[in-house]
Design a protein. Sequence first.
Length: 577
Amino acid sequence: MESTTTWRSFVRLFRIAKPPKALFIGAILISLVQAMASLAIPLILQRVVDNWSVAMLDARLVTIFIVAFLVQVISSAISIYWLHIVGQRVVANLRTTLWERLVALPIPFYDGIKSGELVSRLNNDTTTLQQLLSEQSVRLLTSLVSIIGAVGILFTLDWQMTLVILFSVPTTLLIVIPLGRKLRVIAKKTQHELGALSGFFAELLGEIRLVKSQATEPEEVTEGKRRIELLFNYGVKEGRIQALLIPLLNVTLTAMLIAILGFGAYRVSTGALSTGSLLAFMLYLFQIITPLITMSEFLTRLQKARGATERISELLLVEAEPYTDRAESIQQASLAFEDVTFQYGETPIIKQLSMTVPFGATTAIVGPSGAGKTTLFALVEQFYLPTSGRITYGSRDIQTYGRNDWRQIIGYVAQDSPVLSGTVRDNILYGLKRDASEEEILQACEMANARLFIEAMTDGLDTEIGERGVRLSGGQRQRLAIARALLRDPQILLLDEATSSLDSESERLVQEALDRLMRGRTTLVIAHRLSTVQHAEQIIVLENGAISGRGTHQQLLQDNALYEKLVTQQQLGGQSV
């Protein structure tokens, strides 16, 4: 049953990979031609040996032999080349399909898996499948044709010797299959550990500054060695099985060869078999042995590919996020939460929350850490969907808008605004669905207080900023994010207090840029420094996922004990929430 399921998965992935059918079929046909040509050569040699004389070496027989030999060599070269192309196309299409799926998967999926493991599936698993689906599958087919053809011809030459060969084949399979099953279990664990190791490396190298700042290099080296040794041990177990499998297979095949050669010599001595027929037998035997080795290699690859198939199939079965554009115009309106509840697993984060974010005004969200402030932003972005209740824009549930259309009207500036490797220009224009002139870009930079530091760079807007913007300060990254938001000209602005971790000068520059960005927009602010939102039209106090107060700064100071406490703490100790 498990084998049937695996084959169905293979077939499904092969269809998804969309190999070039004409080339694939052509490679199969050429491989079959190669197999047929190789089957003809022993018969020609049999006739030469059994009727050996100079007269037998006529042009016709020599021509037939040369043609058969050349057909075998040329068809083999062509099939190998075509199969290589098919294999590369298979792995490219599989990686494209997986990449499209990974980009489309919802945020909750990424909460439970490491990015390095996904990279491993994208690279290592697809390569494993490529070798099986393209190269090995066709070799299996030609091997079967060679074995069936050779056995059929052998029966016509001497059925008794053929039975000796057929008796030996099941013996070989009895050795290969049990060891192959053990190999599959080890291969699956190896694939899993390889993905975990990739995830470990990607995570640690991505946060190498944290590692160095905390002086944890020895501990991380030790952990890396532990994981590497674990993978090494699985490799040793795999090698142990291979060490048993290959010699046993060789011994079995050698014994079969000796038995057939001895039995054949006896039959030649009794006159029951001609010398040419014995030579043909031995050649056909090699044409059976070689495909058997190919088939054992296929079974080994099959066991390894099962784990890769399961891992890839798991990704393809995860429901993708519906991110299609509907190209509809979304009219400006107020944003409202209507009895919204959201829980992560069994833990409630937001509890029956209702509030309105008025159009064109600023609404600040304050509260202690863990109150659910950032979760509200994630719900607005539709990174997560409410467990119950709904969020509306105007009179429409935001889920009824095209996902990309909705996100295009939102500008998001986070505490540590992420940037990508590339140039300053690339990051400012990232996600913009229209062309922007040089003048527009520079004007956005000017309004974001970013123009001076950009022009001071070696190549200005075309300066490379390094992976994750390592060549920029925190304040510079924030101002690039603001310039990006200004170019997008969003209706809704989400600010996860962009000044909370900056020095005083950077904070002043970023705050000035934010003030320009917020004008005339519906703005929702997570307020860590309450002094920055005292003039907000509405302040919402969030406590344990529920609203415990709402109003202006002065109203909340009088009516809300938690807000008064937070303000007092910050005035005394300069703390943020």
